[in-house]
Design a binder for this molecule. Sequence first.
Ligand code: BTN
Length: 318
Amino acid sequence: MRVEILNYLREKENYISGEELAHKLHLTRQAFWKHIQELRNLGYEIIAVPHLGYKLTKIPDKLYPWQVKFKLNSKFIGKEIFYFEKTTSTMDEALGLGKDNAAEGAVVCAEYQTKARGRLGRKWLSAKSKGLYFSIILKPKIPPSKIPCITLLSAVAVVRAVKKLTGLSLSIKWPNDVLIEDRKLAGILTELNAEQDRINFIVVGVGVNVNNTKSELPPKAVSLNAVLGRKVNRLELLQRILEEFEVVYVDFKHKGSSPIIDEWRKLSYIWGSKVKALLPDKTIKGEALDLDSDGALMVRTDSGMVEKIVAGDIVRIK
Ligand code: BTN
């Protein structure tokens, strides 16, 4: 009911009569008033003027599920949203929900994470209500070799969404770093629940530095706020990412990996450069050639051999 009242207030730019609204929603005036108070307690600023009625003047900077879903233009990504003010990691929550059979496209988002993780055992700084921290549950019917494509398509969705909302052009560093001028803006972590040759579900975790200040970020990272010099609406950005995610993911399911790999390839600037690839068991040096159809990075080593890299980190050598 609270959400219905809110949606009426959001739709109407001017004052709306409390009496009329209470009547429309079959509420007593007292019950209506109680809901208005609850909304105010959640951070909504609602002014009440005698003879005119109620007007919503400020929406809190929170990723409340009903706010994310409001006019969200997607069919299944974000249809179900689980919200946490604070959690260890949205990955933990999503992996748990996946085991409990949450639907494909369910999203877990948090204002703050106490044990957020990145790739290769790294930490992810999650300053409260400053960035976007969320995970998406996916159940694609793909062979395990195609899993890296999920990371790639997620990065493409972030790039497209940021461009749409802010006009900024981003680039991608293999496999999952979304960059602005060589500084990290967003990271993607893909984790699995799988048996030998069968994927039960995949969780894609996305962290985006939105309004984080310099002191809330690692040295080589950057936020949208720092680049644009203004606060960016996290809610709108999350909505745009979820919408773009659905588009690229559905495309991937229907058309396979090549459209996404083509787009990804154009967003990366390492082709032809000398790189050092830090793999779990060794380091190799060579020229970054291309991505293969599974999203693996092809590197021609100094001895002329072409190595296929599926996990690790790369750095460009000057
Ligand atoms: C990386 O660049 O290494 C990946 C970072 C992924 C961070 C996000 S924030 C939301 C989700 N929860 C986590 O604990 N990690 C991911």
